[in-house]
Design a protein around this ligand. Structure first.
Ligand SMILES: CC(C)(COP(=O)(O)OP(=O)(O)OC[C@H]1O[C@@H](n2cnc3c(N)ncnc32)[C@H](O)[C@@H]1OP(=O)(O)O)[C@@H](O)C(=O)NCCC(=O)NCCS
Length: 141
């Protein structure tokens, strides 16, 4: 069962402006070390940082959450498979919320041009009951 869908479009120049202004502090605040390493070795890192930023916002949308609503951006990580396919790796609160909602699979696709990067996330519930002792305690629902 589809449990959520989210989309986001990011202007690459905006990410470049923020990175120029704030430098590594921006990257370390928003991205995981693995994302920083993976993007930094690409020809134009800002394209891939922008795409991963779009992934983070798309995932929040798929959950019906916004920035500052309990999930930190670096808890939402994009990892590329050997063939380049992007997958989501969630940590901490982001992972807890998915488990709490019984979401067993996530689907992610990314595209970019020289100006924009876009990501779409689909959440799939696996039918099992949400787990964890805090069954009534999800403040994000
Ligand atoms: C997937 C593919 C069609 C993307 O085409 P494109 O129009 O050049 O690129 P887009 O801007 O639309 O999308 C780029 C994103 O596609 C995703 N992507 C890459 N390979 C992918 C694949 N095999 N399946 C799904 N998504 C893929 C990545 O997330 C990439 O962004 P990122 O590098 O920032 O993570 C192209 O890369 C392809 O044909 N790949 C086939 C697999 C392949 O050749 N692998 C060789 C590397 S081992």
């Amino acid at each position: 069962m589809i449990a959520g869908i989210g989309i986001d479009l990011v202007e690459i120049a905006r990410i470049e402006r923020i990175a120029t202004r704030w430098g590594d502090a921006f990257h370390r605040r928003v991205f995981t070390l693995r994302e920083i390493d993976a993007c930094s070795e690409r020809a134009r890192p800002a394209i891939h940082f922008a795409a991963r930023f779009a992934v983070k916002e798309a995932l929040l949308k798929s959950l019906g959450l916004g920035l500052g609503m309990g999930v930190r951006l670096h808890e939402i990580e994009t990892v590329n498979e050997r063939d380049g396919r992007p997958t989501l790796l969630l940590h901490a609160n982001a992972l807890w919320i998915l488990e709490r909602r019984g979401i067993g699979r996530t689907h992610l696709t990314i595209t970019h041009t020289k100006d924009h990067a876009m990501a779409v996330v689909v959440l799939e519930a696996d039918g099992r009951r949400p787990r964890g002792p805090e069954l009534d305690a999800d403040p994000y629902e």
